[in-house]
Structure formats: C-alpha cells, structure tokens
Design a binder for this molecule. Structure first.
Ligand SMILES: CC(C)(COP(=O)(O)OP(=O)(O)OC[C@H]1O[C@@H](n2cnc3c(N)ncnc32)[C@H](O)[C@@H]1OP(=O)(O)O)[C@@H](O)C(=O)NCCC(=O)NCCS
Length: 184
C-alpha cells in the first residue's frame, strides 16, 4: 500500500451505535462512564486503523467530560473522524450522542479527541498517509487539532513546573482555605 497517497477524511469515518443495556448501569441507574470510554476507544481504533491500514494504539485522550447522563434504553452513537495526522499519530475526533428513541430526544453527551499511533509489525511507530481535506470544516478541524497539541504540551510543561515547585513545608499556609486537615 502506498503510504504517501493522501486519503480523504470520509474514507475512515466510522460510526458505532449501541443500545445501553441494564448491565451497563451504575447503582443510580445511569450508564457507567467507563462503558462510554470503552466504546470511544473502539471507534477510535476502527477509524485510525482504516486510515493507516495498520494496527494502532491509544496514546492520549483529551476532552472527556460527561455533562449529560446517559440512560438505560438509550441508543448511543459514536461518530469518529480523523481530524489530524502527524507522521505516525492521528487525532480522532469522536462525537457521542445518546438518543431516547421513544421520546425522540437526542442529547450530545461529549466530544473527545483520541490520539492514536500506527504501529508496524515490530511494534514501532510507522508513517500514516497524509489527510486529504475536502471542505472548510475539515480544514478547520485539522488546524484546531494543531492548536490543541500545542496547548496540551504547554500545559504539560506548566504542570511539571508546578509539581516540582510544591513546598510541602508551607502546606499549612497553602491549604488554609481548603477542605482538608493535616492529620500528622
Ligand atoms: C506512545 C508511543 C507510541 C510512543 O512511541 P515512541 O517510540 O516514543 O515514538 P515517538 O516519540 O516517535 O512517538 C510516536 C508518535 O506518538 C506521538 N506521541 C508520543 N507521546 C505522545 C503523547 N503523550 N501525546 C500525544 N502524542 C504522543 C508523537 O508525537 C509521535 O507522533 P508523530 O509520529 O505523528 O510525530 C509508545 O510509548 C507506546 O507504544 N505506548 C503504549 C501505547 C499503548 O499500548 N496504548 C494502549 C494502552 S493499554
């Protein structure tokens, strides 16, 4: 397969629809977040594998916030597209919607971004085809993913700085208005 030939976004667009059954629910009757994460991982894998024609692994996840609960009986659809490609990595955008078919209600539960990396037969990252962008929306998503990567690496650096500058000796002052008690 020629890995230098650009592939269109639509070539790998993937949708999974699954019925939310009672065994997916927590004690409060809502669907476990982990069930949705697992479905997101599956659809990201399918989409990344279609684009790259390689086995792919999940490297990072951004934007997982479940702002609306999903109920037993809902039909959950996960719509995945390659938003960005690097050399071996791909950012897969996943839109998750939950539908109550009886009431005709559709909720957008979250949009998340999975970074997947294509691996060769020796388990090494391998080049993926460029992405053919066919409309303004696809161009916008590609640029958004570039910005997200930059922002993320800035956040990582700041977090590392913050971690290394924590002064435990000043804990009682730092934690003055927090809801914790130092018990030693
Ligand atoms: C992530 C992993 C592929 C990096 O491998 P590596 O040999 O260090 O290779 P590289 O540094 O060349 O990185 C490969 C790609 O991953 C990207 N990458 C690495 N770490 C990343 C991170 N934290 N977030 C986003 N992308 C990352 C790099 O930017 C690079 O992308 P590019 O080729 O498009 O430029 C490797 O550590 C791995 O296989 N991790 C385990 C993944 C896995 O098993 N996931 C399932 C979880 S159970």
């Amino acid at each position: 397969m020629d890995k230098t030939q650009p592939k269109p976004v639509k070539h790998s667009q993937t949708t999974i629809t699954e019925l939310m059954i009672p065994s997916y629910a927590n004690f409060g009757g809502k669907i476990h977040g982990g069930i949705l994460l697992s479905l997101m991982d599956k659809v990201a894998f399918a989409c990344a594998t279609k684009h790259s024609s390689n086995y792919c692994v999940t490297v990072s996840v951004v934007g997982v916030e479940f702002l609306q609960p999903v109920e037993v009986g809902d039909l959950v659809s996960l719509l995945a597209s390659v938003n960005y490609v690097g050399r071996s990595s791909m950012v897969i955008g996943i839109r998750v919607i939950a539908e109550n078919v009886k009431l005709g209600l559709v909720k957008h539960t979250n949009t998340s971004y999975f970074t997947m990396v294509a691996k060769d037969e020796n388990d090494k990252p391998t080049a993926v085809p460029p992405l053919l962008l066919e409309d303004n929306e696809e161009v916008k998503r590609f640029i958004e993913a570039m910005s997200m990567r930059e922002i993320e690496s800035g956040i990582k650096e700041k977090l590392n700085d913050a971690k290394s500058s924590i002064q435990v000796t000043k804990a009682s002052e730092i934690l003055k208005n927090q809801r914790c008690v130092i018990g030693f």
